[in-house]
Design a protein around this ligand. Structure first.
Ligand SMILES: O=C(O)c1ccccc1NCC(=O)[C@H](O)[C@H](O)COP(=O)(O)O
Length: 241
């Protein structure tokens, strides 16, 4: 059976590695240098880094140079997220040499542009489906963005290669992933799904791994690693069993 991929997260706000609760601006806990965090996950054996520019996502500036520098310093695959919404920000993100980028708001507010990006860049584009209930959220999760199922059907038809699915109610809370949401999304699409938000324990990772046959490809881990609920080394062993 294919093994669950793990994507340790580095979310950057104002030059610092942070974690938010429910993605809310102002709920930051700071964890120091984002480059040090990224290098630590790489040393621990990560194959992927999930790197988020929160300022770009919230529209409070950006950490573009810092994020490009971190991506450049990595020997592993990097997934870039946050504020990629137009030709300039997409070109800058892809120019970092990252493996793929996540589009969120753009898929909701400028669907034609997102469809063009998908058509041009194929599996270098993932779409972040950030949901409360079954309603999507954009602009750093602050604006309403329509129905999850309608949007998923549209993006599938446009050839989207992969989805990163976050239950905002779980994100940064260490309350466990929303397995029902992941199962429902997998049932609605044949594209791979990366699970995000709420991972709190190795048991959560085992539970997500049971969904690999249904289409879950990976799991993003943020707060749990910073809070030292387990180590990345332990997590990697857990999913390789
Ligand atoms: O990814 C974004 O664009 C984003 C925008 C606004 C707020 C948060 C955003 N991402 C957060 C993440 O991707 C987290 O790193 C990830 O969900 C990890 O969550 P957790 O394991 O619960 O800390």
């Amino acid at each position: 059976m294919t093994r669950l991929e793990l994507l340790p997260a580095v979310d950057v706000r104002d030059g610092q590695a942070v974690r938010l609760v429910h993605g809310e601006s102002g709920s930051e806990t700071s964890y120091g240098s984002p480059l040090e965090a990224a290098l630590a996950w790489q040393r621990a054996g990560a194959e992927w880094l999930h790197l988020v520019d929160l300022d770009a996502a919230f529209g409070t500036g950006d950490n573009r140079d810092l994020v490009a520098g971190i991506t450049d310093a990595m020997d592993i695959k990097v997934e870039l997220s946050g504020g990629i919404r137009d030709d300039a920000s997409l070109a800058a993100a892809l120019a970092t040499g990252c493996t793929r980028v996540n589009l969120g708001t753009a898929a909701l507010e400028t669907p034609e542009w997102a469809a063009k990006a998908i058509a041009e860049h194929g599996d270098k584009i993932a779409i972040g489906l950030d949901v409360r209930g079954t309603t999507l959220r954009g602009r750093g999760w602050t604006s309403e963005g329509g129905d999850l199922w309608e949007t998923l059907a549209r993006l599938d038809a446009e050839g989207c290669a992969r989805y990163v699915v976050t239950d905002i109610a779980k994100d940064g809370t260490l309350q466990g992933p929303n397995l029902d949401l992941l199962k429902s999304v997998c049932a609605a699409t044949d594209r791979p799904v990366v699970a995000s938000g709420g991972v709190s324990s190795l048991a959560d990772l085992r539970a997500i791994a049971t969904l690999v046959p249904e289409g879950v490809e990976g799991a993003i881990i943020g707060k749990a690693l910073y809070a030292k609920a387990f180590t990345l080394e332990e997590a990697l062993v857990e999913v390789s069993r």
